[in-house]
Structures are given as structure tokens and as C-alpha cells.
Design a protein around this ligand. Structure first.
Ligand SMILES: Nc1ncnc2c1ncn2[C@@H]1O[C@H](COP(=O)(O)OP(=O)(O)OP(=O)(O)O)[C@@H](O)[C@H]1O
Ligand SMILES: [Mg+2]
Length: 270
């Protein structure tokens, strides 16, 4: 079922009450996100992009309206149930990387797996995802020993190691230069295309928009535009025609020093 709605938002409102002022951040957002979408949420600063992602990610609750995420009515969930939803079904990538500074790249990935209850396998599983994303050389480095782009790629590995159907990314390229943004976006495109992971980004970045298949514009807490488009071709040298190459057939060799993950992400949902 490629058209199943993973997210259904109906007239979702969010009011922040700071005690002094009420901020109406979302004023009735209605939107469906389907399995396989690669959706960029754009709009002026303050239009409600992060607020909406926080609601989808069960980090916060709506003031009014209906919001279903992965068949759960998130407003009706307890704090504990929301934490479970985040841990077991969602992946997050933030602008500021948010890796645990005292842990190595591998330990950062393992940490999520440990919280999920993965046992002795977690070391192997963490290493596998890092290898498949072309990050094995960084496995034993701590975040301060990695560039921003490398940290953000580790953050994506951590986000997808938890086998999510849905990955939410709040301005994931905001701190990246052109080359690192391209590597990161190509990585996410592959995970979307080859493994059916649905991505929802908030962004101001035209590079992200170029890779998106759908662009939703928020203005003043409302959906002002919802467009479907053709994304730019992938630039990892493997060619669009090989995107669906079955494992072990014509899948490209992993280019040295570049990310490639044609096969073997067996633990990811498809
Ligand atoms: N915790 C909060 N308390 C009060 N107001 C808030 C809070 N978080 C956000 N807001 C307000 O809600 C509105 C929407 O903010 P939001 O962060 O969702 O915008 P955004 O589209 O992500 O902006 P940007 O592009 O600058 O990241 C803004 O007016 C903001 O000031
Ligand atoms: Mg924001």
C-alpha cells in the first residue's frame, strides 16, 4: 500500500500561551502525508513549520483539531505512549545534529537501539547501518572529532537505525555547505527510494526543495500551497535507472569515500 496515509492532520491548531501573550502558531492545518512521500515544508520564519513537526513527532500536543500519526491519535496518547511512538516508530534529524557528545558515532547509534531493547546484536547492527551509509570510518569518533556534515550523516544513521517508517527533519541542512548538503540529501533520497522511508523536512533551503517530491508552504499557520513536483536527479553516480536494482544484481559498487547503500538494509521497513 504505497498510498496509505501515515499522517492525517485535520484543522490542527496550536496556541502557545506564554502567560503574557497567546501565539496562534497553527491556525487550522489540514494535510495528509502518504507512505513514500518526500515532503518539504517551507514558509517564512514563524509560519509554524517547527511547531507542526513537533506535533507530528509527538514532542508536543495540538490545542485543537485531529492529528493521526501512524494510525494513532496523538492527542489521545499519554506522555509515555508518545515517548514509545517516538522511540519505536519515528526518526528525528535536527538542525543542530543533537548527537550525544561523549559517545562515539557507533555508540550514538547503539544508544537508540539499546533504548529500544535490542540486546547483544546492537553493536553489530549499529556497525552495519554505519557501513551501509558509508560512515564506517567515523564509527569510533566522537562528535567533536567529526565535521558538521559528518555529524549530520551520523544523525541520519541514528534516525534510521530505529527502523522508523517516518523520519522528521527540522532544517537538516541549515548548517551544511553545498557538498555536505548534497551528500546528506542524496542519502535521504536513497533511503526514501530504496527502503520506502517517508521523510518530512522543514526547510528554508532551496537545495532541500530541489530533492523533494512534494512542497507544502505554510503561511501564518495555514497551508497556503501544496505542490507535487519532480525531484532533481540523484547525484551519487549510481544513476536514476539503478534506483530499483534488486540486491545482488546491477546495484552499483559503493564508491570510495561516498555514501552508498544499495542493498542489505534488511532491518528497515519497505
Ligand atoms: N514555545 C513557544 N512559546 C511561544 N511561542 C512559540 C513557541 N515556539 C514557537 N512559538 C511561536 O510560534 C510561531 C511559529 O513558530 P515556529 O518555530 O513553528 O516557526 P518556523 O516556521 O519553524 O520558523 P523558522 O523558519 O524561523 O524556524 C512563531 O510566532 C513563534 O514565535
Ligand atoms: Mg523552525
Amino acid at each position: 500500500m504505497t498510498n496509505a496515509a501515515l499522517i492525517t492532520a485535520q484543522d490542527v491548531m496550536k496556541v502557545y500561551d506564554t502567560g503574557r501573550v497567546e501565539v496562534r502558531a497553527l491556525r487550522g492545518v489540514t494535510l495528509d502525508v502518504h507512505k513514500g512521500d518526500l515532503l518539504a515544508i517551507v514558509g517564512p520564519s514563524g509560519s509554524g513549520k517547527t511547531t507542526f513537526l513537533n506535533l507530528i513527532g509527538a514532542l508536543d500536543v495540538a490545542t485543537a483539531g485531529r492529528l493521526n500519526v501512524l494510525d494513532r491519535d496523538v492527542s489521545a496518547l499519554s506522555k509515555r505512549q508518545r515517548a514509545d511512538l517516538r522511540l519505536h516508530s519515528l526518526g528525528f534529524v535536527f538542525q543542530a545534529y543533537n548527537l550525544v557528545p561523549v559517545l562515539t558515532a557507533r555508540e550514538n547509534v547503539e544508544f537508540v537501539l539499546e533504548l529500544q531493547g535490542v540486546g547483544a546484536q546492537r553493536n553489530k547492527q549499529a556497525m552495519e547501518i554505519l557501513e551501509q551509509l558509508g560512515l564506517e570510518e567515523f564509527a569510533d569518533r566522537r562528535p567533536n572529532e567529526l565535521s558538521g556534515g559528518q555529524q549530520q550523516r551520523v544523525a541520519v544513521a541514528r534516525a534510521v537505525a530505529s527502523k522508523p517508517q517516518l523520519v522528521l527533519a527540522d532544517e537538516p541542512t541549515a548548517n551544511l555547505d553545498g557538498e555536505n548538503a548534497e551528500i546528506l540529501l542524496t542519502m535521504m533520497r536513497r533511503l526514501n527510494k530504496d527502503h520506502g522511508i517517508t521523510f518530512v523536512f522543514s526547510t528554508h533551503d532551496p537545495r532541500v526543495v530541489a530533492h523533494a517530491r512534494r512542497v507544502v508552504t505554510l503561511v501564518d499557520g495555514r497551508v497556503a500551497k501544496d505542490e507535487t513536483k519532480t525531484p532533481v536527479p540523484l547525484s551519487d553516480g549510481s544513476g536514476e535507472s539503478k534506483e530499483n536494482a534488486p540486491c545482488g544484481t546491477s546495484a552499483p559498487e559503493k564508491p570510495k569515500g561516498r555514501s552508498s547503500w544499495p542493498c542489505g538494509l534488511w532491518f528497515l521497513p519497505v
